[in-house]
Design a protein around this ligand. Structure first.
Ligand code: MLT
Length: 312
């Protein structure tokens, strides 16, 4: 029977390499997190887990591709908070985050850092705040397009300081970091998974973290709240998704593999060095991801509107 055949397919899964689409350029924060998780999932699934970078349109291009892919368990998406901000930022999206995907589990939550090219004038967070207020649009601010975490952080900073900077979009903050290191761009706000080693090596300037508390890998960095940006609180949650309609037995296998990958000691150590941590097993579940996604869509709809930004 067809039902029996489908059950057999799900039971044998995976029989070929699995692709995880990262909706940003290679070498950036989402790519880094995904490659660590993919390698550990590959060990558990007994098949290669390949990362494919589909950058563009702030992550919505890659997400749209996975929404439209075959729901056979061989094309997945690892995306972050952008899944929940895109509906507030785009008047029309080629996918519905809530209904076009089958959630597999939460993955991690990553603090952000406010950074600048090495010779950028402001020395401290206090100087930076004054400098942004004074120079506004003369400052170039890199982001990964509308819907990116870097764009969201910039939007919140500009709203808090009641000013605008000149936003320069990239396919991901990996390539943006290259330009920051080269001095072609002034500033960005990017995840610790992409900035920690450059900050520690003194190759870029760092002013603040976006979380309510300072972080262990960069203990000297003040929080934005310490710099007077009251209640500033931004951490970038990530989730793993399959297209909607994927066989429940395949989803269960993927959730199990994700949980094993996140419990892997070397994955945990790598995450810790990058300023983050893998979520515990009870968060690496479809239910936890669905609940987070739903709550975050509602929250960002409100906060983005409150910041005076309308969908385009
Ligand atoms: C990336 O992987 O390039 C970033 O996550 C982009 C961003 O959202 O800022």
């Amino acid at each position: 029977s067809a039902l029996g055949a489908a059950a057999a397919v799900a039971q044998d899964y995976p029989t070929q390499p699995v692709t995880i689409v990262v909706p940003f350029a290679a070498g950036g924060p989402t790519d880094t997190v995904t490659r660590l998780v993919a390698a550990a999932m590959s060990d558990e699934l007994g098949q290669q887990v390949v990362v494919q970078n589909v950058g563009g349109a702030g992550g919505t291009l890659g997400a749209g591709q996975v929404a439209a892919a075959n729901a056979d368990g061989y094309t997945l998406l690892l995306h972050h908070i952008g899944m929940s901000t895109a509906p507030a930022l785009y008047a029309s999206l080629p996918f519905d985050p809530m209904t076009d995907f089958a959630p597999i589990g939460l993955v991690t939550e990553v603090p952000m850092t406010v950074v600048a090219r090495k010779d950028f004038e402001p020395a401290t967070l206090e100087d930076l705040v004054a400098y942004i207020k004074e120079n506004g649009e003369n400052i170039t601010y890199a982001n990964a397009g509308i819907g990116a975490a870097s764009q969201l952080c910039g939007l919140l900073i500009m709203d808090a300081l009641d000013t605008k900077m000149t936003e320069v979009p990239y396919q991901g903050t990996g390539p943006a970091m290259t330009d920051l290191l080269g001095g072609q761009i002034d500033m960005m706000c990017d995840q610790t998974t992409n900035t920690t080693s450059q900050i520690q090596a003194g190759e870029i300037k760092a002013y603040a973290v976006t979380t309510p508390e300072r972080i262990a890998v960069l203990p000297d960095l003040p929080t934005l709240a310490e710099g007077g940006l009251d209640n500033f609180n931004l951490a970038i949650w990530h989730g793993l998704y399959a297209p909607a309609g994927t066989d429940p037995a395949i989803l269960e296998r993927l959730t199990g593999a994700l949980q094993v990958a996140l419990a892997n000691e070397s994955v945990g150590n790598s995450f810790a060095e990058l300023g983050t941590y893998p979520v515990p097993a009870d968060q690496a579940t479809p239910e936890a991801l669905a609940q987070t996604l739903e709550g975050q869509i509602a929250l960002w709809k409100e906060l983005i509107a409150a910041a005076g930004v309308s969908a385009q």
